[in-house]
Design a protein around this ligand. Structure first.
Ligand code: HEM
Length: 227
């Protein structure tokens, strides 16, 4: 156990544990017949939710660094992104194979009949180049283009949230239907997007430094013995 903690950081362990345990849980429920009366939609929903959660966690890494000067999440971003891609791929395989039995003409018809599926497909198509170029070799090969390419994550996340919210058929304006979770995801993505604006970043960083300074001063005052 000690050597495990020497080799991996707690955050690294949490990331891998969450990603794999969710899959094991899913497979276990499948094997033991522990799914609901509609197992295929349930599998689609669970894999979709894991995909979007991991995607948003990957997106949270930069704001965490900006807010707390905590750089470790930046090192976990690739794993989170790749796990999001893994769950999105499983999600789509379930849709194509288990749900539609590889009936391609029906799949294509459904895609174009249901706009939320077109949106999901767009998000997935954009995730593919990100996943394949996420490795260091591609980072080196693409140079500046790599950063530019990987910025499409800021388009993918809103599309994935839109796919989620639209699929739920809730009414955001009347606050009806299953809108709470999609709404929470939407607010988080909007905050992360706003935090990318350079001026907002500057203000956040200076606010963070001031708060840190204040805490340091307080700690120093507490340490200094009063006469
Ligand atoms: C070709 C691409 C995609 C297809 C065909 C697809 C298909 C579907 C379908 C059919 C559902 C409805 C399941 C149900 O309620 O019965 C669904 C829901 C969902 N999908 Fe996708 N999807 C795609 C891409 C994505 C991607 C890229 C993400 C996230 C990164 C995603 C996340 C979700 C989420 C969060 C839900 C809602 C889960 C819930 O109801 O709790 N999907 N998708």
């Amino acid at each position: 156990m000690k050597s495990l903690f020497k080799r991996y950081t707690p955050l690294q362990i949490i990331v891998h544990l969450y990603a794999w345990s969710a899959l094991v849980h899913l497979l276990f429920d499948m094997a033991t017949g522990n799914l609901s009366a509609n197992p295929i939609p349930e599998l689609e929903q669970r894999t979709g939710r894991h995909a979007i959660t991991l995607l948003i966690l990957a997106l949270a890494c930069t704001p965490l660094n900006t807010l707390f000067k905590w750089s470790e999440p930046l090192k976990r971003r690739r794993a989170l992104g790749l796990y999001a891609f893994m769950y999105a791929t499983i999600h789509i395989i379930i849709f194509i194979d288990l749900d539609y039995g590889l009936a391609w003409s029906l799949i294509i018809q459904t895609i174009f009949e249901k706009p939320y599926i077109v949106v999901g497909m767009l998000a997935f198509l954009m995730l593919i180049p990100l996943a394949f170029t996420s490795f260091d070799i591609w980072k080196k090969r693409l140079g500046k283009k790599w950063k530019r390419l990987h910025k499409i994550i800021y388009l993918i996340a809103p599309l994935a949230v839109l796919h989620y919210a639209w699929g739920k058929k809730g009414d955001f304006f009347r606050l009806q239907g299953e809108i709470i979770l999609p709404l929470i995801y939407a607010v988080i993505v909007i905050i992360f997007l706003v935090m990318r604006i350079p001026q907002v970043r500057k203000i956040t960083a200076s606010l963070r430094d001031r708060i840190r300074l204040l805490f340091r001063k307080r700690a120093l005052q507490a340490e200094t013995p009063s006469r």
